[in-house]
Design a protein around this ligand. Sequence first.
Ligand code: HEC
Length: 89
Amino acid sequence: MRVSSNVLFADYAGTRACEKCHSDKVQTWLASPMHNMTREPTVADVKGPFDGTTFHFKDDTARLETKNGHASSRSSRRNSARARTKSRA
Ligand code: HEC
């Protein structure tokens, strides 16, 4: 099986598919901010300081910025090539 997407709602069974047998887990999941992750930024409620704020963790640096109206993050690791991801938020 070749996976081509993991961000669309249709890519998942959906939380409610688990509820019948795992209702306690489902309630905990729905109360957690984790259930908002793995979304397309066009439909997600994207929160973050996309104003050039830079975060550092160990050797990694991530800079959140807005370019041409699009939220963008640029990450780099000391002594390695830069990686860049863009979202359409
Ligand atoms: C028809 C009932 C049923 C449904 C629906 C169901 N499960 Fe389960 N699930 C079980 C049973 C029974 C077990 C085994 C529980 C045990 O061993 O204690 C289990 C075990 C699990 C485990 C392993 C738990 C552990 O501690 O090892 C995970 C993870 C899990 N289910 C996830 C899901 C997810 C995610 C969904 C929805 C997409 C789902 N299940 C839907 C019945 C169901």
